[in-house]
Design a protein around this ligand. Sequence first.
Ligand SMILES: [Zn+2]
Ligand SMILES: [Zn+2]
Length: 347
Amino acid sequence: MKAVVYHGPGQMAWEEVAKPTLQHDTDAIVRVDSVTICGTDLHILKGDVPEVTDGRILGHEAVGTVESVGSGVMRVKPGDRVLISCISACGTCRFCREGRYGLCVGGGGWVLGHLIDGTQAEYVRVPFVDTSTHLVPAGASDEEVLMLADILPTAYEVGVVNGHIGPGDVVAIVGVGPIGLAAITGARLFSPSHIVAIDITDSRLEIAKQFGADVTVNDRRDDALRAVHELTGGLGADVAIEAVGTPAAFERTVELARPGGHIANIGVHGEPSTLHLETLWPRDVTITTGLVDTYSTPTLLRLVSSNQIDATRFVTHRFALDDFETAYDAFSRPGETGAVKVVASAS
Ligand SMILES: [Zn+2]
Ligand SMILES: [Zn+2]
């Protein structure tokens, strides 16, 4: 079969590899029908995620059809269409029992395309398949559910819920790539009074408006802090969300929050950021970080099924699996290509 194989920073290829086989009795082998590329994959290619080693198949988000299952699998059966979550869950460790699957210490957590081979392939071995996949609702297309593998639960749990967004809040979102757009989507479920989208690329700010941001600021040209203060009588945002993963973006996000406000970091960071405690200590802010747990995926699936979230609007580019390298190129140059999310599908 063929797969996207990582060969060190800056190097990947769609190349021939061995088809995966069942290794544990709770595994399944799933034929990948549709798969996407994550901003995290670009962080891996930049060398920000050093646990990913040469030879690893990338990808942690897919919709596929189950081909075979191990003898210990109870729920999932061959022929099922499943959403493969970015987080695997052993289901029995302390953290899984608390619904904190992202922290799983029983062999799950974020392992696909990270510590074990991932989904950007014709076939993938999914560990703990009963507790790590969701059945695709009857009648739903791949594209309607694919964004629930990662970006929608990530933005919802780590940005919206951790940030405690409530009705009437002013929400500032730094970075409106796919995760920032997903944060806008999740924030709108809670009726904030304003969503301020902040980026340095005008085309992305235009898309943020379509997703429901009512104020957009190009922070290279204009001053996001002034814009947020104008909306809030000089106080700052109730909730400030970091959706980039750079020191500059994190430090900017912290500046935007009001005293007593919430700062929710979603970005994947590859280097240290400065935490200005010399100014923050009397401001009563709450700063949260997190890897998604995906406890919200069933809720989000219901919202997709009832048309309260349109997850297909993220998809701007479509490719065949064999064109994976072109898909990566389009996704990695969003300023020129206008890509939000790209989908590669089996023919
Ligand atoms: Zn991801
Ligand atoms: Zn676990």
